[in-house]
Write a protein that binds this ligand. Sequence first.
Ligand code: G3P
Length: 224
Amino acid sequence: MDIKTPVIILNVKAYRESSGAKDLELAKICKAVMDETGVSIVYCPQQVDLAWVAREVAIPCLAQHADPYSPGSRTGSSVLESIKDAGAVGTLVNHSEHRMLVSDISEIIQKAQTLDLFTVVCTNNTPVSKAVAELMPSSIAIEPPDLIGSGIPVSKADPDIVSNSVNAVKNINEDIVVLCGAGISTGEDVKAAIELGAEGVLLASGVVKARDPKRVLEDLATGI
Ligand code: G3P
């Protein structure tokens, strides 16, 4: 499974502003902006809403996390087969708010390949981006944890971490899509990220906590 790049990936996390009917509403807004602008947008609903949102809204959905287990007696787990059955096109992996062991990251990537699921592995610095690239994920999203939720865009606060990660990953495999995230909230932030070599952005609070999410998304799309 591929995702059209450049891309805006909205991760709604577990905010009150993105729960239940509000999750569905945000997905519909993303779909409307995608149709209006032609810009590729991918949606990461709350895990409990994944199947419902993926069924109700014609927008590519990613799970926010996947567990490295086979189907079976794994109460409360999100196994890749069920994520696929729910209608997702892939999953985030190792988000800084849901860190994983390298062995588990590798397990998820390999299994996702057999299920034709897209993997976006989140990393916190360039050495980790380089190490994860060796595992051949579909995509790597560099996100310095200290900037997450700060409203200070990584593309401006720490441009080197973006360009260095792009170069390190592409030196290992040109096909790995490199994204960046943390503090992204305007079209200008997106444009700066792409000028640094990123093929898209991963964001959350700039849209989820906005008074007018649609207007923010339309502005973000101008940066693509
Ligand atoms: O998954 C993206 C997220 O960690 C970035 O958060 O709120 O800085 O856009 P935010």
